[in-house]
Ligand binder design. Structure first.
Ligand code: NA7
Length: 547
C-alpha cells in the first residue's frame, strides 16, 4: 500500500461512482478546472445500466426526459430509438457521454473505495482505493462526492438452504455477463422471486423461453402499461426544436417529468363515476406515470387513491383469465405507495400462459420456507426448478454508504451516524462529514423525479458550492445538526400528508429486515426543493458550518 497521501499531491474531488451521477459530476468538476477522479467497482461506466443486465431491463421514465440537459449539443445529437429506452441503449448513451466529454482518462474502473477518513488537520478526505488486482492506493481529496446510486446494493434475502440449490441462482441487479450475451433459459424450469419493477420486467421475458415459470409473489405490484414503441419522430422533432423549453417545463413539474400530461387539477372525489372512469381510461392509454396524475389528489387522499387502485384492479380482472390468479395479482395497498411498475411486455397477460404459475408467498399467506437442492419450498410444497431468479430489489438509498468504512470528523462512522436512518440536510450534506456531498441520495426528491434531472441539480449545486468556498477562502463546509434535524422533520411532515406511509416500500427501508423504518425521500416536489436549495446557497449556505 502506498503511504498516506499528503495535501500537496491530492485531488480536488473524488467522485464515487461512474453512473449518470458520477459522469456528470466528473464533467462538472473538470469544467470548473478542478482535479477530479471518478472510481467505480464495475468494469464499465453506466452504473445501474451496467449491472441490471437482465432481459427486459428498461427505464420507466420516457427517454427524452431521462437524459442529460446540460449540453444542447448532446441532446440534439442523441437519438433515442424507443419511447422508453431499454438497457443496451441507455448503456450506449452513458458510454457516448463518457467519450464525447473525454471523461475516460479520469475514470478508474474496477476500482472500489474501501475506506475514507476525514483528516481534520489537512481538511482532506483520505481515501483508500482497491483495484481489481487487489492493489491499494491512498489518495487525498478536498471533496468527496457520493454518486454511488440509490439502488446499487442488491438485496439477497437469507432464504434458508439457498446455498444447497443445485441449479443456477441469479439476481436481476447482478446479472452475469455471458459470452453469448444472454442467459439461456430454454427448456428450463425457472423460478422468479419478487414482483417489483425488476420482476415485472423480467417475468414476461423468461416466460417466452422457459419450459415452466413459477413466480413467487409476496406483494402484488400495480402495473401500468408503457405503450412503448419506437420514439415518435414528430414528438422528437418538436422537443428538439425547443429542448430548453421542454426541460424548463419538466423542471416546473413536481416529478421533474411528464409536462405534456400534467396532473388534472380536480379531485377524484369531485368527479362523477363516468367522468372518473373516462379520465382513468384516458391516462391508462397515455401510459406510464401519467396515470398517477389523473386527478391531483391521488397521492394525498386515501379515498381518491382507492378509486384509482380499483380502476387498476378492474384492468387486472379483465386481462387475467383465471379469476383466482387475477385476485392474487390485485394489490390492496395504496397505488403509487410502492413505486408504480411500468410495463412494456404484457406482464398481466403473461399469467394467461399455460407454462406460468403464480405462487402466493405473502407474509399472511404462505411465505417461502426454505430452499432445497431441487427448488423452493413454499406452502408445504416443493417447486422443482433448474434456475432461480431473485428479483428481490436493493438495500436502497443508504445500503451502499452503510457498507463503506466512512469516517467523518473525530472518527465518526457513517454506520453510527445513520444507525437510526439517514440524516441529511437538503439531501446534500451530513453533519459530521465535512466536504462530503451526496448525489441522488437520501433526503432529496431524487426518488420521485426523473433521476437525471435530480443528478444535474445536485451536481450543479455542488459545483457552485465548491466554487463559492474557493472564492471565499473556506476550507470546509458541513451541515449543521440543527439544520439537518429540521430537514428530516420537514421530510417526515411532508410524507405524513401523502399515501407513502401506507405500505412497506424501499422508500421506507421496509424491504430490508432490521433496517430502520424511516421515510428516506422528499415528497415536496422538485420545484419547491430546488428553490430551497437555491435559497440556502444565496444566503451564504445557511445551515452549513463553514471553516
Ligand atoms: P423492489 O421494488 O424492492 O421489489 C423487490 C421484490 O422482491 C418485491 O416484490 C418484494 O416483495 C420481493 N421480495 C423481497 N424479499 C422477499 C422475500 N424474502 N420473499 C419473497 N419476496 C421478496 O425491487 P426492484 O428491483 O423490482 O425495483 C427497485 C427499483 O428499481 C424500482 O422501484 C425502480 O425504481 C427501479 P415485497 O413487495 O417486499 O413484499
Amino acid at each position: 500500500m502506498s503511504s498516506q497521501a499528503t495535501a500537496g499531491e491530492g485531488l480536488d474531488v473524488l467522485v464515487v461512482g461512474a453512473g449518470f451521477g458520477g459522469l456528470y459530476m466528473l464533467h462538472k468538476a473538470r469544467t470548473l478546472g478542478l482535479r477530479a477522479l471518478a472510481v467505480d467497482a464495475a468494469p464499465g461506466v453506466g452504473g445501474t445500466w451496467y449491472h441490471n443486465r437482465y432481459p427486459g431491463a428498461r427505464v420507466d421514465v420516457q427517454s427524452l426526459e431521462y437524459s442529460y440537459s446540460f449540453s444542447e449539443e448532446l441532446q440534439q445529437a442523441w437519438h433515442w430509438n424507443e419511447r422508453y429506452a431499454a438497457r443496451p441503449e441507455l448503456l450506449r448513451y452513458a458510454n457516448h457521454v463518457a467519450d464525447r466529454f473525454a471523461l475516460r482518462d479520469r475514470i478508474r474502473l474496477e476500482t472500489r473505495l474501501v475506506a475514507a477518513r476525514w483528516d481534520e488537520a489537512l481538511a482532506r478526505w483520505q481515501a483508500t482505493l482497491r483495484a481489481a488486482d487487489g492493489s491499494e492506493q491512498c489518495l487525498a481529496a478536498r471533496f468527496m462526492v457520493m454518486a454511488s446510486g440509490p439502488l446499487s446494493t442488491p438485496y439477497m434475502p437469507a432464504f434458508p438452504g439457498l446455498e444447497r440449490f443445485k441449479g443456477r441462482v441469479l439476481h436481476t441487479a447482478a446479472w452475469p455477463h455471458e459470452d453469448q450475451g444472454a442467459v439461456d433459459f430454454s427448456g428450463q424450469r425457472v423460478g422468479v422471486i419478487g414482483t417489483g419493477s425488476s420482476g415485472v420486467q423480467v417475468i414476461p421475458q423468461i416466460a417466452k423461453q422457459a419450459r415452466r415459470l413459477t413466480v413467487f409473489q409476496r406483494t402484488p405490484a400495480y402495473v401500468v402499461p408503457a405503450h412503448n414503441g419506437p420514439l415518435d419522430a414528430e414528438w422528437e422533432r418538436r422537443v428538439k426544436a425547443d429542448y430548453a423549453g421542454f426541460r424548463a417545463r419538466s423542471r416546473a413539474m413536481r416529478t421533474g417529468f411528464g409536462s405534456e400530461h400534467p396532473p388534472h387539477m380536480k379531485s377524484a372525489l369531485a368527479a362523477s363515476a363516468e367522468e372518473r372512469e373516462a379520465r382513468f381510461e384516458a391516462r391508462w392509454r397515455i401510459g406510464g406515470f401519467a396515470f398517477l396524475g389523473t386527478f391531483y389528489d391521488l397521492m394525498i387522499d386515501e379515498r381518491a387513491n382507492a378509486l384509482a387502485a380499483e380502476f387498476v384492479r378492474g384492468k387486472i380482472r379483465s386481462t387475467v383469465r383465471d379469476p383466482e390468479v387475477a385476485a392474487r395479482l390485485s394489490p390492496t395497498y395504496p397505488i403509487g405507495c410502492k413505486r408504480l411498475c411500468v410495463d412494456s411486455a404484457g406482464y398481466y397477460e403473461t399469467f394467461n400462459l399455460p407454462q406460468v404459475e403464480l405462487v402466493d408467498v405473502s407474509g399472511g399467506g404462505r411465505p417461502i420456507e426454505f430452499i432445497t437442492e431441487r427448488g423452493v419450498v413454499a406452502g408445504g410444497r416443493e417447486h422443482e426448478l433448474d434456475a432461480l431468479v431473485l428479483a428481490t430489489g436493493f438495500d436502497a438509498v443508504t445500503g451502499t454508504l452503510m457498507r463503506l468504512p466512512l469516517q467523518g470528523r473525530g472518527g465518526l462512522r457513517i454506520q453510527d451516524k445513520w444507525a437510526g436512518g439517514p440524516l441529511n440536510y437538503l439531501g446534500l450534506g451530513t453533519a459530521g462529514f465535512p466536504n462530503l456531498f451526496h448525489v441522488a441520495g437520501a433526503g432529496s426528491t431524487a426518488a420521485f423525479t426523473s433521476v437525471i434531472l435530480s443528478i444535474e441539480h445536485h451536481v450543479d449545486w455542488i459545483g457552485d458550492c465548491i466554487t463559492w468556498l474557493d472564492t471565499q477562502g473556506h476550507k470546509s463546509i458541513e451541515a449543521e445538526e440543527d439544520a439537518e434535524a429540521a430537514w428530516m422533520a420537514h421530510m417526515l411532515e411532508l410524507a405524513r400528508h401523502t399515501v407513502f406511509l401506507g405500505c412497506e416500500s424501499w422508500y421506507l427501508g421496509a424491504n430490508i429486515p432490521g433496517k430502520p423504518r424511516v421515510f428516506m425521500a422528499l415528497v415536496g416536489g422538485f420545484p419547491a426543493y430546488a428553490e430551497q436549495c437555491a435559497e440556502v446557497a444565496a444566503n451564504g449556505y445557511a445551515g452549513f458550518r463553514l471553516r
